[in-house]
Design a binder for this molecule. Sequence first.
Ligand code: HEM
Length: 291
Amino acid sequence: MGSKLQDFLESQVYPSQIWQSVIRHGKPVNDRNRSLAVLGNVFLHLHPIRLPRYATKYTYTWGMGGLSFLLFLVETVTGILLMFYYHPTASLAYGDIKSLEFDVPFGMILRNMHRWGAHAMVLAVWFHMFRVFMTGSYKKPREFNWAIGVILLTITLFMSFTGYLLPWDQLAMWAITVGTNMARAVPLLGHEGPFSNLLGLKIDNDIRFALLGGTRVGGPTLIRFYVLHCIAVPFVMSFILSIHFWRIRKDGGISGPQSARLANLNKVTQVKAAEGKKKVEGIKVEAPKAE
Ligand code: HEM
């Protein structure tokens, strides 16, 4: 049975144009084909060629960056499923959430996975930032990635904030009322903040007005927060995340404990010194010939 399948694959499938256009290398039985297999596959290609042992230790990374990303994926999948049952309009939103909880099979668990996943993601990102700080991984050459991380933290918090309004209950309305009221006082952008006169800001043209789509929380706010939460911010976040991951590779992978790096550096220095000594010993110093 196994060999029949093997024969079929080898005679019909592997030589076919469809197969050849996707898999462009032979069987990974030698080094060349194995490297072609990695280079030709986007997911394998994303992984670094080699990893230092300490980078795989949970005691060093706490796995918090990976956990943050896993939670981002959980939020994406559960969020898409939630969108099937939700209308972002003032008349329907609240009822949709209630019917999701009480009518839709597994609706309650779906909603709670999304909600608890969001809380967990905020925690994981904070812990990740804390570990990066404690291991000094924000230092050269990773300063730029630290700055990218700060943007990711802000975006994570903004995702939580925009999602908060969507259940359209009392908690949501008043939380967003309080939150957006703070935007009044933002320097330069809020109409009650310092320097607001430079841009001629008033209650109906400042950053709070732009967020609310009016001067108070209402239907226009709901659709704005929905579009921000489900499309705009996740889109920006995916883009910034790809820069974050790309930078980790370009900065030489996960940072190492200083001792390991120093030990390595010492080894290199010792080898170089030993080589230098050999060279010096190899040179025959001849006495100058008398003329
Ligand atoms: C959505 C949020 C974030 C995700 C999904 C994420 C993901 C990751 C992952 C998977 C790593 C690999 C190492 C590890 O797991 O620790 C990493 C490394 C790193 N992250 Fe993040 N990160 C996020 C937010 C942040 C924040 C808030 C900061 C700091 C402000 C930050 C700064 C860094 C730095 C500097 C590294 C390199 C660390 C090293 O080389 O040891 N990241 N990130």
